[in-house]
Design a protein around this ligand. Structure first.
Ligand code: ADP
Ligand code: MG
Length: 916
């Protein structure tokens, strides 16, 4: 680690061999070096005046920029007491702000001189202090770096005045926290970016959430790969305006006051830590996008995730730097005194080690140093303000504060940009696009089918009408000619008959007179000839008629063939339409393939997003919502608001657009990927309390339970169980789960699962059910307790914590029932063989497991029927230990009270000669 830093003067002579301080860089921002590489187009931020934060090193590579910890000293004006008591004495320090020097008087004629990055006199305004100390850090945070502003000094020298003043009565008095948030809110866009805060207190190596004081044992999680630290248990509240931030600070302050009163300590003994997470979306950062000439496909564009920059600002109001009196005069035992001092002295040791470039930096020695590992020797930009008072009576403390500041000036950090791709956002966008495509395709298909049907019906109507017309005409013609023909035949026959009759008469009358008959027969011949002529004419007429009929027939024939041709044309049109239908079907197949590709890309992305999130969960700032792990966080802290409000909002939007029924129906989809995706969406929705009722109403709970039974897929089991665990937070749902045989499905899932995360979800769900007084007997009867105990085989601490929680819940309800007289006899937990595991884990090193078990033991011990088993199972020893060693006073007292009020325990203790 490079050394830089100030001169070290004594009596005005440069004494140290340290390097001469480089002039402060003109540019106060580390990003200047980085940005000029990666974002040539973007403008540089305006420099802050009189900046503390010059960049002392050049950018080595894209990985980071050197940035030394900057240190300012601030002198508090004399207070009224000092004005009287020190009236005859000079201040113990003399400031030379223009030279950035401070002289510490040793006596009337001798003093030591020290150089700082900034020297702030008793007249320095709060605005100036903010601009010099904090503004450059805030600007870096807005650009995606981590930043720290910290105040160190003796109690009463103005740390809280500098950092925490709200300035409601006097705007000019506003401190660094308020001004920093003002600058942040002014710079971000509420549509694309987000700001969320956590506010914590660290006292005696315990971290308490100042926004939710009941949450008083928050653990620090470190990502082994990136070294990032996070506090997944802390409330993370999204800030949208300055007023709500001020209210949050006021709330935190009130909680801090109440907590300190309860613990009988002063706030000067605790460290207050404000964490501000700034998440900004940087669009078009990807170089392939910058080169995009506009002809690359839409698909490629939509597949590019946005870049998100995540800066974290940590503001630390440290405990007073004065040593705590170990003699106990402040009412502390020696052990307490050690614990109270631990974090601050560990910080001093780490800074010494870093300043001296020593190989080992004892970061892990305290919670404070673990929390601040990025601030000193890490990747953050850090500003320290050391506060001192003027009184010569506190010269010793003032000198030690100054030395702390001097050492901190030698600490070098390597500033790094915190940015990553926003896969979640991309996945949301793709989801919406996919649904739009599906809907459009469905509309096209319907319209096409309607058109085909219309054309077919039209063609059929035309053909049948033509056929009908043709048949009618033909029939009419046929009947007409048949009638005419019959009439002619009839006429001819009549004629013939008449002729025959006439000729017969003539033969009879002519026979006797053979002579003179020639004249008559000549007459007859004439009339016959005439008749023959008439007949001939008639025949000719008939022939003509027949010809006309034949013509008519051929006319009709040609008409028929015309109709036939029309029909053939209709048929070919139908053929063409058929072909079009085939084409459309083909196109539909293609669309389906495209959708399948989109699905798989989506899956890949959601997998990557899961991965990223999992990494973040291990090390990212605060909580990440939307993933499976967060579901369990929700189970544990349902009252928390989340960093992922934005994610939820867009899931809710998706939910409105797509409709719950459709999402639920996808749970039964054929395609396994779709099913997984759907169950994830449902799980995300179920994480939101407002959606839970709708999901249950729409049958989502039943579908999720069915999935546990029907699916073989571990991911589905894990996600579905997580969703059920979330739904199981509400009493009505708990009853529904039980009524639908949920316990046996959860037990079966637990029995078959290998993945600890699946087991954690299942255990979490059962643990929630265990907390319902009405379901105790049924739950146990269906094997719930056994299933819970079966899961300890996995050994994963997260699973064990859920099992322990379930047992504690069960024991609590059971104890309540016994007290109310609705239950008698030995505890069902003991019946089901839980006691050995309880005893074995009562002193588990993981506090989450231990606390639950301790509570469970106290509940069990309250009922004399359990005493015999507890004594023989070794639980008495654990109770004695809890009553003596448990760090939580309420549990300690409960255990003690239980032991003293139980005759059986008392007798055993007497027998063992244990004084109690
Ligand atoms: P600390 O947090 O270091 O214990 P405080 O911020 O509570 O100290 O300050 C102690 C007292 O001194 C408070 O009454 C505060 O108003 C006053 N004070 C501190 N610094 C200044 C300052 N620069 N100007 C005026 N008053 C100050
Ligand atoms: Mg203070």
């Amino acid at each position: 680690m490079a050394t830089s830093g100030g001169y070290n003067y004594r009596n005005g002579t440069q004494r140290s061999s340290l390097k001469v301080d480089r002039p402060l860089s003109v540019n106060s921002n580390p990003k200047a070096a980085v940005k000029s590489k990666s974002l040539p187009a973007s403008g540089l931020r305006r420099n802050s005046t009189g900046s503390l934060g010059g960049v002392t090193g050049a950018s080595k590579d894209d990985a980071g920029v050197l940035g030394r910890v900057r240190v300012a000293v601030r002198l508090r004006p004399r207070n009224s007491e000092e004005l009287v008591a020190d009236a005859d004495f000079a201040d113990c320090v003399e400031l030379q702000p223009e030279l950035k020097r401070l002289k510490l008087r040793k006596n009337n004629w001798d003093s030591d001189t020290f150089q700082f990055d900034e020297v702030l006199t008793e007249f320095a305004s709060q605005k100036r202090v903010y601009e010099v100390v904090a503004k450059p850090v805030v600007e870096s945070v807005l650009d995606g770096y981590n930043g720290t502003v910290m105040a160190y000094g003796q109690t009463g020298t103005g740390k809280t005045y500098t950092l925490g003043r709200l300035g409601e009565e006097d705007t000019a008095a506003r401190g660094i926290m308020v001004r920093a948030m003002e600058d942040i809110l002014a710079d971000i866009s509420l549509e694309t970016d987000s700001v969320s805060v956590s506010y914590l207190q660290l006292y005696m190596e315990t971290i308490q959430d100042l926004l939710d004081p009941a949450n008083d044992n928050i653990s620090i999680v470190e990502d082994p790969k990136t070294g990032d630290v996070s506090l997944p248990g802390a409330s993370l509240i999204e800030i949208r305006d300055q007023q709500s931030f001020i209210e949050l600070l006021r709330l935190g302050e009130a909680h801090r006051f109440a907590a300190n009163t309860k613990l009988n300590t002063e706030s000067s003994r605790s460290h207050a830590i404000l964490m501000v997470h700034v998440k900004r979306c940087v669009k078009g950062r990807d170089p392939t996008l910058l080169n995009d000439t506009g002809n690359s496909s839409h698909m490629i564009k939509t597949l590019k995730p946005d870049v998100v920059r995540k800066g974290k600002l940590v503001v630390v109001d440290l405990a007073g730097s004065e040593r705590i009196d170990k003699s106990g005069s402040e009412g502390h035992t020696l052990e307490e005194a050690k614990s109270i001092n631990l974090s601050l002295s560990a910080l001093g040791k780490c800074i010494n080690a870093l300043a001296e470039n020593s190989a080992h930096v004892p970061v892990r020695d305290s919670k404070l140093t673990r929390l601040l590992r990025d601030s000193f020797g890490g990747t953050a930009r850090t500003s320290l303000v050391i506060t001192i008072g003027p009184s010569p009576r506190h010269r010793g403390e003032t000198a030690s504060t100054i030395m702390f500041g001097q050492r901190a000036m030698k600490v070098e950090n390597m500033l790094k940009l915190k940015e990553e791709f926003d896969y979640k956002g991309l996945s949301r966008r793709l989801d919406i696009q996919l649904d739009k495509l599906i809907a459009e395709h469905e509309r096209h298909q319907k319209a096409f089918e309607d058109e085909i049907q219309k054309v077919t019906i039209q063609a059929q109507n035309q053909t049948s009408e033509a056929e009908r017309n043709y048949a009618d005409a033909l029939e009419k013609e046929r009947q007409k000619y048949q009638k005419e023909y019959m009439e002619s035949i009839k006429k001819l026959e009549e004629q013939l008959m008449m002729n025959q009759r006439n000729s017969g008469n003539e033969k009879v009358s002519n026979r006797p007179k053979d002579d003179g008959s020639n004249l008559i027969s000549n007459k007859e011949n004439l009339s016959i000839m005439k008749e023959v002529d008439e007949l001939k004419e008639m025949l000719h007429k008939e022939t003509l008629l027949r010809k006309a009929a034949e013509e008519e027939v051929s006319n009709l024939r040609s008409q028929v063939s015309q109709w036939k041709r029309a029909e053939a044309a209709g048929n070919s049109e139908i053929l063409e339409l058929r072909k079009m239908l085939e084409d459309e079907t083909h196109k539909k197949e293609k669309l389906k393939e495209e959708i399948a590709i989109l699905h798989s890309q989506l899956l890949q992305l959601s997998f990557e997003a899961d991965e990223t999130r999992r990494q973040l969960d291990r090390g990212g700032p605060g909580k990440v919502v939307g993933g499976i792990d967060s579901l369990m966080t929700q189970v544990r802290h349902p009252q928390l608001k989340d960093s992922g409000t934005e994610d939820k909002a867009s899931i809710a939007k998706l939910f409105e657009q797509v409709g719950l029924q459709k999402i639920l129906s996808l749970l039964e989809a054929e395609d396994a990927d779709v099913r997984i995706h759907a169950v994830k969406v449902v799980a995300n929705l179920a994480a939101e309390e407002t959606n839970q009722e709708k999901i249950v109403e729409a049958g989502g709970l039943t579908s999720l339970l069915m999935l546990l039974q029907s699916s073989e897929d571990e991911i589905i089991h894990r996600v579905a169980a997580g969703a059920i665990a979330n739904l199981a937070m509400n009493e009505t749902n708990q009853e529904l789960i039980m009524a639908q045989g949920g316990i046996s499905m959860l037990s079966m899932t637990a029995a078959n699962a290998e993945d600890p995360q699946t087991l954690r979800m299942v255990a979490g769900a059962i643990a929630n059910l265990c907390g319902n007084d009405k379901l105790q007997t049924k739950l146990r009867g269906e094997g719930g307790v056994k299933a819970l105990l079966g899961m300890v085989r996995c050994g994963h601490p997260d699973v064990l914590a859920q099992v322990a929680r379930g047992i504690a819940n069960f024991a609590k309800c059971e104890s309540r029932a016994s007290t109310q007289g609705t239950k008698s006899g030995r505890s069902l937990l003991i019946d089901d063989g839980a006691l050995p595991w309880i005893v074995q884990n009562a002193n588990n090193e993981a506090s989450t497991i231990r606390r639950h078990i301790e509570l469970a033991l106290c509940h069990l011990a309250q009922h004399e029927v359990n005493a015999k088993d507890m004594i023989s199972g070794g639980a008495l020893w654990e109770l004695v230990r809890i009553s003596r060693d448990c760090s939580r006073e309420d549990i300690r007292t409960l255990a003690h009270r239980t032991l003293t009020s139980s005759p059986a325990f008392q007798a055993e203790l007497r027998r063992l000669r244990i004084d109690f």
